[in-house]
Write a protein that binds this ligand. Structure first.
Ligand code: ISE
Length: 291
């Protein structure tokens, strides 16, 4: 029995997921809903698509994620929602509270990247000793003019927020954001509840290419994110994390556990604390709801 997967949103990520889905055994495309497109797989409404599918990928514009995820939950359908789960921590928390059955998975695909998986295995095995520092670099070759300083935090840095939480099995306690005027690079300094210091460079106009790096520094050793073989410079995240997106989809189709709605809430809550720190210039405490 092939899992019938519906896709809401036929933009960059929706199209990419559709292409990947076509190469995965055990699943088939049930249809696509996007008010902007028509074609052989087009379905006339989100409700009709959710009804026709066994499981749904939400890859529509960020500010529509919450409503579509809620519609999937109301229909009892599993849903893989591209990050962010919602455009506010409050909305993301409401979704987390509305998903006791764990039907929601959030698209933090780095957890499926072989290099990150290897890094986590190393941390979990204790090979580094107690983690002390994590250094992260997140560079895009370019970004649209509307992609402002807040978007860099809410849309880009959110990947490091989730990846580092996952790597360390820890939560962030406070954040400071340093930046230059305009859309220049941002430098985040975060401290976890366990005392690990994390720095994240976010630069979305790096020009030379897409470049993501991560190094965990422990008491007795360090380990760095292994880059995929082949290109040393990537066009964007779809190329650099192609293997991760495929593994994420394979795992989701197979019903394996993944980043939950709660993880989606925490990522947005920490990113919002980063936005507060950006505007205040002050060290900002991360406050999370009780789980
Ligand atoms: C984009 O939305 C992504 O999720 C990419 O992974 C990230 O690198 C990029 O900066 C975001 O804009």
């Amino acid at each position: 029995m092939r899992l019938r997967v519906g896709i809401i949103g036929a933009g960059v990520m929706g199209a990419d997921h559709a292409r990947t889905l076509a190469t995965i055994d055990g699943a088939e495309l049930a249809g696509v809903y996007d008010p902007r497109v028509s074609g052989p797989h087009a379905v006339s409404s989100a409700a009709a698509l959710i009804d026709a599918a066994d499981a749904v990928i939400v890859a529509s514009p960020d500010d529509t994620h919450a409503e579509y995820v809620l519609a999937c939950l109301a229909a009892g359908k599993r849903v893989l929602c591209e990050k962010p789960l919602a455009t506010s921590a409050a909305d993301a928390l409401r979704l987390a509270r509305a998903d006791p059955a764990g039907l929601v998975q959030v698209g933090f695909m780095r957890r499926y990247d072989p290099g990150y998986v290897e890094l986590k295995r190393c941390v979990d095995a204790g090979g580094l000793g107690t983690p002390l520092l994590v250094h992260c670099v997140h560079r895009n070759a370019s970004a649209p003019p509307a992609f402002d300083s807040e978007a860099q935090l809410l849309s880009s840095a959110t990947h490091e927020i989730d990846a580092v939480r996952w790597l360390l099995d820890d939560e962030f306690a406070e954040v400071t954001v340093h930046t230059r005027p305009g859309h220049g690079p941002q430098f985040l300094v975060l401290r976890t509840r366990g005392g690990v210091l994390v720095d994240v460079e976010v630069f979305v106009h790096a020009r030379y290419g897409y470049d993501v790096r991560c190094e965990v520094v422990g008491e007795s050793a360090t380990a760095a994110l292994r880059q995929p073989a082949g290109a040393t410079v990537w066009r964007d995240w779809r190329d650099r994390f192609a293997e991760a997106y495929r593994a994420e989809l394979r795992h989701w189709i197979d019903g394996g556990p993944g980043p939950t709605a709660w993880d989606g809430y925490v990522a947005t809550a920490v990113a919002e604390a980063c936005v507060t720190a950006l505007h205040s210039g002050a060290r900002t405490t991360v406050s999370l709801a009780s789980r």
